[in-house]
Design a protein around this ligand. Structure first.
Ligand SMILES: Nc1ncnc2c1ncn2[C@@H]1O[C@H](COP(=O)(O)OP(=O)(O)OP(=O)(O)O)[C@@H](O)[C@H]1O
Length: 307
């Protein structure tokens, strides 16, 4: 049994002079939910298209369920279900008809799987409603049901929450978590918004300008989201002098508006506040905070904005 569902080895893709993927080596462990995060144009779709056989790499190899030869890869890809870009639906057909049409097109045996697929994605009740009248969230869930035809062991979803409202994002998250938990399906899900992957991903891969910057577990990600004390005072220069001289630390950052993020003394905030009060500073704000995932991502890719 292979520990990894997918491993890419030094995978590169060039479009003329443009390098969309640059020596990407990522590993997706069996049973994980791998959040593949990167800005628009970072190379997520390119990697997904190579894995699903829609594009060829310029260099490097992939290993899918242990298979790496082209012939074996064709077989291995049958164990994948995917949504790439928006799901292709027949608008004038109902959810069941859409599923049946896709089942026939893909030559998957057994019509009786359709009600189970609809139930799995919470569309059992929509009955005769045509797909064109579905909300975006329902369309995405129907796309997911189509991807689940043939009982895949590995689901690959390219930005499945794109355009969904916050409720739709939560519904999709819960659904994917359930598929992972109950059916043991390994999931690769890409997004340009890290918070959409948070509370779902067990592992993360951060891609930027075609390069995989980092792979980390959810636990490591949480640890990296640094804790700090947020301080706003009337005289930031005086405050930083006190922090350095009296608290003996330079582990802080001064923001443009003069607010201070103190990364030490997290466990002793009262020591900090009394030093500031004793120096006669007017403290406007003083609170322990944790860096959120989004700002970690922004910092990691070395920018100010992640969109
Ligand atoms: N067929 C192509 N021809 C030329 N350039 C391409 C092609 N496909 C992708 N690219 C370029 O490769 C880079 C990576 O694109 P890709 O679609 O993989 O990014 P992405 O991370 O999926 O972003 P998005 O979320 O916008 O789809 C981009 O600069 C894109 O313009």
């Amino acid at each position: 049994m292979h520990e990894y569902v997918l491993q890419t080895n030094q995978l590169s893709k060039k479009f003329k002079s443009h390098t969309a993927l640059n020596k990407v080596s990522l590993s997706i462990r069996k049973g994980s939910i791998y959040g593949f995060i990167g800005q628009n144009g970072a190379g997520k779709s390119t990697l997904i298209r190579i894995v699903t056989g829609l594009a060829y790499p310029t260099e490097g190899t992939i290993e899918l369920f242990g298979a790496s030869e082209e012939k074996e890869l064709i077989q291995a890809r049958k164990r994948i279900g995917s949504i790439i870009e928006s799901p292709a639906l027949f608008p004038h057909m109902t959810a069941s008809e859409n599923l049946e049409a896709n089942r026939l097109l893909r030559g998957i045996p057994g019509k009786n799987c359709i009600p189970r697929m609809l139930e799995q994605v919470g569309l059992k009740e929509v009955g005769k409603k045509k797909a064109k009248n579905f909300s975006l969230g329902m369309k995405q869930r129907l796309g997911l049901a189509i991807a689940l035809l043939g009982n895949p062991e590995f689901l690959i979803l390219d930005e499945p929450t794109n355009g969904l409202d916050p409720i739709g994002v939560i519904e999709m998250r819960e659904l994917l978590k359930r598929l992972n938990r109950e059916l043991g399906i390994t999931i690769l899900i890409s997004s340009h918004i890290l918070s959409e992957l948070h509370l779902m991903a067990t592992h993360y891969g951060i891609i930027h300008h075609g390069q995989l910057l980092e792979q980390l577990t959810a636990k490591e990600m949480n640890e990296k989201c640094q804790q700090y004390v947020f301080i706003k005072v009337d005289n930031p220069d005086k405050a930083t002098a006190i922090i350095q001289n009296e608290l003996g630390t330079s582990d802080f950052e001064v923001m443009q508006d003069g607010a201070i993020k103190l990364y030490s003394h997290i466990e002793q905030p009262s020591k900090v506040s009394s030093a500031l009060f004793s120096a006669g500073l007017a403290v406007e704000k003083f609170m322990p905070m944790g860096e959120d995932l989004e700002s970690y991502f922004t910092k990691r890719i070395g920018g100010n904005s992640y969109v």
